[in-house]
Design a protein around this ligand. Structure first.
Ligand code: GRF
Length: 209
């Protein structure tokens, strides 16, 4: 990994547990990801991700949508927090809201998400349960750029896991989560090393220099 170049500055947005946030921090600690988390922002008071940031000494902020008069005002506050932290890339890690134009005007092509299914299959909530109920043989996770749609942006990386007949939402979620923790840092490192190029709906991964 090139360590001479400046680190990619990440703003991580998380609504809950924060295990992907933790996996990203670990990858940074282990020099698998040339980046720095400059801020963790949550929309949920008491989200475990906030405590995880605190323990790591990472700046964290709670920005609650209900305390704003409009979605636009909320998104403006989010933009401001990310910009003030000097973020290059916004990383959604279990952030349970749709970001609209106000946010994406500033961070289009600079916001990524991880979704626990092989998009475009099973977007939205309870993706793992959708996969179990549909009876697919394989599911997985997808890291993608964020656009105005629900889990519709250009796909960066995907990982596949098998789905077994007796799987439940919980057993499949656990199998996928393991892959998420590997895949998200890997995708972020591709971006950090300048190897990710958006070409319309598709993403080209350049060979290492
Ligand atoms: C993950 O399954 C992720 O794919 C989805 O929300 C979950 C977040 O988990 N978007 P965590 O908060 O990172 O543990």
């Amino acid at each position: 990994m090139s360590t001479g170049s400046p680190k990619l500055r990440l703003a991580v947005l998380a609504s809950g547990r924060g295990s992907n946030f933790e996996a990203i921090c670990q990858a940074i600690d282990e020099n698998r990801l040339h980046a720095e988390v400059v801020i963790l922002i949550s929309d949920k008071p008491g989200a475990p991700a906030l405590e995880k940031a605190h323990r790591r000494g990472i700046e964290s902020r709670l920005i609650v949508p209900a305390s704003f008069t409009s979605r636009e005002a909320y998104e403006q506050a989010m933009v401001k927090a990310c910009q003030e932290a000097g973020a290059d890339l916004v990383v959604l890690a279990g952030y349970m809201r749709i970001l609209g134009q106000t946010f994406l005007r500033e961070f289009r092509h600079k916001t990524v998400n991880i979704h626990p299914a092989l998009l475009p299959a099973f977007p939205g909530l309870h993706a793992q349960l959708q996969a179990v109920e549909y009876g697919v043989r394989y599911s997985g996770c997808t890291v993608h750029f964020v656009d105005e749609g629900v889990d519709t942006g250009p796909i960066i990386l995907q990982a596949v896991v098998p789905v077994y007949f007796d799987d439940t939402e919980d057993t499949l979620s656990a199998r996928i989560l393991e892959e998420e923790h590997r895949l998200y840092p890997e995708a972020l490192q591709l971006i950090a090393s300048g190897r990710v190029v958006i070409e319309g709906r598709k993403v080209r991964i350049l060979s290492p220099k």
